[in-house]
Design a protein around this ligand. Structure first.
Ligand SMILES: NC(=O)CC[C@H](N)C(=O)O
Length: 196
C-alpha cells in the first residue's frame, strides 16, 4: 500500500475547503498553503477556484508568487481548477491590466469565456477517456490554444471548447470537480503526484 501524498491547497483565496475534502476522499493528506515554508513541505499543490486577479495580488503581497513559480519550474505537480487554471496558464486573454499568473502550462486561457453567454452551467464531459463526469462551470475560462506538449483531456460544447489539459506534472480544468461528489479528477491528480 502506498503512503498518502501530502498535497497543499493554495489558501490565500478560493474554495480551499472543498478541494481539501476532495483530496482527502481521493486518498491524499491535504494541507493549507499560505506561506513559502508551507509550500516547501508539500508533494503537490492544488490552486482552487475563486478569483484569479485576487489570487495573483495576494500571492504577490504574501511573497508566494515567485516561490510558486520556482517550485513549478522544478517539477512540482500542480492542479488548477477554474481560477486555478488561469493561474497555471503561461498566457491569458481578458485579464485585468497587468494581471500575472504563476504559469507552467503552455496555453492561452480566456478568462470568463463562458461567462458572457451564461454565468454558470453544468454539463457532462468525458474526462481523460474515463467516461462522463458532471462538470460545474462558474464564470469559467476556456483554453483558447495549446502548445504541442499539452494533452487535451476534456472538451465541452460539442467538442468545440477545451476544458481540461495536462502538461507533464501540471493539470488544469475549467470546471470545479471539488463542487461535486465525484472525486475522479482529484484521484487522477493524486495518482499523478504518486507517480512523480
Ligand atoms: N469560478 C471561478 O474560479 C471563476 C474564475 C474567475 N472568473 C477568474 O477570472 O478568476
Amino acid at each position: 500500500m502506498s503512503i498518502a501524498p501530502t498535497i497543499g491547497v493554495f489558501a490565500l483565496q478560493g474554495d480551499v475547503r472543498e478541494h481539501a475534502r476532495a483530496l482527502e476522499a481521493a486518498g491524499a493528506k491535504a494541507v493549507a498553503v499560505r506561506r513559502p515554508a508551507e509550500l516547501e513541505a508539500v508533494d503537490g499543490l492544488v490552486v482552487p477556484g475563486g478569483e484569479s486577479t485576487t489570487m495573483w495580488k495576494l500571492a504577490d503581497t504574501f511573497e508566494l508568487l515567485e516561490p510558486l513559480r520556482l517550485r513549478i519550474k522544478s517539477g512540482m505537480p500542480a492542479y488548477g481548477s477554474c481560477a486555478g487554471m488561469i493561474m497555471l496558464a503561461d498566457r491569458i486573454e481578458d485579464g485585468v491590466e497587468g494581471q500575472q499568473t504563476i504559469g507552467g502550462i503552455d496555453m492561452v486561457v480566456r478568462r470568463n469565456a463562458f461567462g458572457r453567454q451564461v454565468d454558470s452551467f453544468e454539463a457532462d464531459v468525458d474526462f481523460a477517456g474515463r467516461g462522463a463526469l458532471r462538470a460545474v462551470f462558474i464564470r469559467a475560462p476556456w483554453v483558447e490554444s495549446v502548445g504541442s506538449d499539452v494533452e487535451v483531456l476534456a472538451r465541452a460544447e460539442a467538442g468545440d471548447r477545451i476544458v481540461a489539459v495536462r502538461q507533464g506534472p501540471l493539470l488544469a480544468t475549467s470546471f470545479h470537480p471539488e463542487l461535486t461528489e465525484d472525486v475522479g479528477v482529484h484521484s487522477y491528480f493524486v495518482d499523478m503526484v504518486r507517480e512523480l
